[in-house]
Write a protein that binds this ligand. Structure first.
Ligand SMILES: [Zn+2]
Length: 145
């Protein structure tokens, strides 16, 4: 892998709410209402599954590849501004605990935006209790031999 590829910044958002919008297939763009806003689809077309597929098949393995780690590598998740208590701290898990895109203690509605910049993976989460956004940093430990 070349250095140039490694520097590409990737962003991916996982949203527990449906984000499907009506699509104008003739003009190949989102259909807009009279105010210029996208129009929600009547029923979900599978946006959560699509985003999760992109995470599992693209961003997650890309992060592993860039760090030359495995799914068993130890990981420390540093967090701040979490829940209405604005909690901060860190907890330990394994890389593979991130495979489902949610890392553990999530419940309720949320939106997570992952950013992979170079080798560094971070996430910003918005939810009902976290209107200003919680931050997560994923610090990779040494890989088990
Ligand atoms: Zn949807």
């Amino acid at each position: 892998m070349s250095d140039i590829v490694e520097l590409i910044k990737i962003e991916l958002t996982l949203d527990s709410d449906c984000v499907c919008v009506k699509y104008d297939h003739e003009n190949d763009c989102d259909l807009l209402d009279e105010k210029g806003n996208p129009i929600p689809e009547d029923s979900c077309l599978g946006c959560w599954e699509d985003a999760l597929e992109e995470w599992k098949n693209y961003v997650y393995p890309e992060w592993i590849a860039r760090n030359k780690i495995t799914d068993r590598t130890k990981l420390v998740i540093e967090y701040s501004n979490v829940t209405w208590r604005n909690g901060s701290g860190a907890f330990q898990c394994q890389v593979r605990d991130l495979e489902d895109g949610r890392f553990g203690f999530l419940k309720g509605d949320f939106r997570i935006t992952y950013t992979l910049e170079g080798k560094d993976l971070t996430a910003r989460r918005s939810s009902h209790d976290e209107p200003t956004g919680a931050y997560f940093k994923f610090v990779v430990g040494r890989s088990k031999k």
